[in-house]
Design a protein around this ligand. Structure first.
Ligand code: NDP
Length: 434
């Protein structure tokens, strides 16, 4: 902490992992001797840069860009780009640290990284977003490459932004490669990539439910966020017979007790991806409740899927969920539960799937997009979906293997951290002091 003052989320992420790894490390002293943990918390490289661009009124704007290249012991750096006004180096270090363990869990050969900028795409015209993306990529291009570092999307970075950045990279390098994932289907993207994180979270939750002889059928599901992850979580919950009843954005939450059905979901996709509106418009259209500045955790539900952002579910929210009979929490977002919430879920022995396991489906399909790009071919919808499903089941098995407690409770947090750590740590030892 003294070395990285003020980096609260980074400390939170590292502390969460260290607590899970402590006993394992004592039993495996070779990792302690090689100072693997101390090395893992130090990024291999941090890049920070100026991003100047002009808005539609001709005013000069300056943002700050970042790329944290955290660990490349099992493959090239891989992880998303986030455009959001509240990001800083601390946020990217926390996300990159989580990404290293998550990518290892997928079993695909990917190291970990994360980056982005304090640019807010909300309220910007397409032309402004394009000029920003071009300026951002003009600097980032020299640090990334299809065998070096392969960024993807995250909050504020979807198909539109990936397209603008890919175009600029191609123009600078004069090469058409798989340097970014999340590309459009007609130009190197993979089917199921947009769906992958939301679908993967629900596949993972389904495996968790099976351990208690349960399923999604007939269950009420509270979901936060209304972006990429939340939308496809809703879709897969519907496929499995559950009833999603909420969505949110940074201004508030809608509660639809009749359930968000497929038709309403299509409207949400149009609202958020098409004309980039706000979630309260859903409440106006369907005449349902809107809770301004609130999150969905006060709503009675069997299952909660936080799919918006970090620390969006605190100890009080966790206590409310438990009091209302919630039996499962699976994280589509990265680190949405605070340490207090996480501890309450585990103490109360409910099924709790942390983001680094539950939301790994997105980066897994990004890995599959890289493979398809290298082979210069495209797999079918069915093939990619099956692969995604298998990967989520494998991650679940890994969590059970490393996370089963003496009383039979599956501590997914412990399982995911140890499961992700072992492969990276062994590779670091094999590759010497680098
Ligand atoms: P999007 O930008 O598509 O959507 C983000 C959603 O979360 C929006 O509804 C947004 O509301 C809301 N949100 C963002 N910041 C805040 C905030 N500070 N407070 C409240 N609500 C907020 O992003 P994604 O759906 O891609 O990402 C959501 C989460 O999932 C993130 O934690 C991300 O890291 C994680 N994730 C994403 C993956 C992917 O493949 N996309 C992969 C793995 C994890 P608003 O419109 O008001 O900003």
């Amino acid at each position: 902490k003294a070395k990285n003052p003020g980096e609260a989320e980074f400390h939170q992420a590292v502390q969460g992992s260290v607590e899970c790894l402590a006993d394992y490390l004592i039993k495996h002293p070779r990792f302690l001797k090689a100072k693997i943990l101390e090395r893992m918390v130090e990024p291999e490289r941090v890049i920070q840069f100026r991003v100047p661009w002009t808005d539609d009124n001709g005013n000069v704007q300056i943002n700050r860009g970042y790329r944290v290249e955290m660990n490349s012991s099992i493959g090239p750096y891989k992880g998303g780009l986030r455009f959001h006004p509240n990001v800083n180096l601390n946020i990217f270090k926390f996300l990159a640290f989580e990404q290293v363990l998550k990518n290892s869990l997928t079993t695909l050969p990917m190291g970990g990284g994360k980056g982005g900028a304090d640019f807010d795409p909300k309220g910007k015209s397409d032309n402004e977003v394009m000029r920003f993306c071009q300026s951002f990529m003009t600097e980032l291009a020299r640090h990334i490459g299809p065998d070096t570092d392969i960024p993807a999307g995250d909050i504020g970075v979807g198909g539109r932004e990936i397209g603008f950045m890919f175009g600029q990279y191609k123009r600078l390098r004069n090469e058409f490669t798989g340097v970014l994932t999340g590309k459009g289907l007609g130009w190197g993207g993979s089917v199921i990539r947009p769906e992958a994180t939301g679908y993967g979270t629900v596949y993972f939750a389904e495996e968790m439910l099976k351990t208690r002889g349960e399923s999604f059928a007939g269950k009420t599901v509270a979901i936060s966020g209304s972006g990429n992850v939340a939308q496809y979580a809703v879709e897969k919950v519907l496929d499995l017979g559950g009833k999603p009843v909420s969505l949110s954005d940074s201004n508030g939450t809608i509660y639809d007790p009749d359930g968000i059905d497929r038709e309403k979901l299509e409207y949400v996709k149009l609202l958020k991806n098409g004309y980039r509106g706000r979630i309260y418009e859903y409440a106006e259209k369907y005449n349902v409740a809107y809770f301004e500045n609130q999150r969905p955790w006060g709503i009675r539900c069997d299952i909660a899927l936080p799919c918006a952002t970090q620390n969006e579910l605190n100890g009080d929210d966790a206590a409310t969920l438990l009091a209302n009979g919630c039996i499962l929490v699976a994280e589509g977002a990265n680190m949405p539960s605070t340490p207090e919430a996480k501890n309450l879920f585990i103490e109360n022995r409910i099924l709790y799937g942390p983001g680094k396991a539950a939301n790994a489906g997105g980066v897994a399909v990004s890995g599959l997009e890289m493979t398809q790009n290298s082979m210069r071919l495209a797999w079918s919808h069915e093939e990619v979906n099956q692969k995604l499903h298998r990967i989520m089941c494998n991650i679940h098995e890994m969590c059970v293997k490393f996370g089963k407690e003496e009383d039979g409770y599956i501590n997914y947090v412990k399982g995911a951290n140890i499961g992700g750590f072992v492969k990276v740590a062994n590779a670091m030892i094999a590759q010497g002091l680098v």
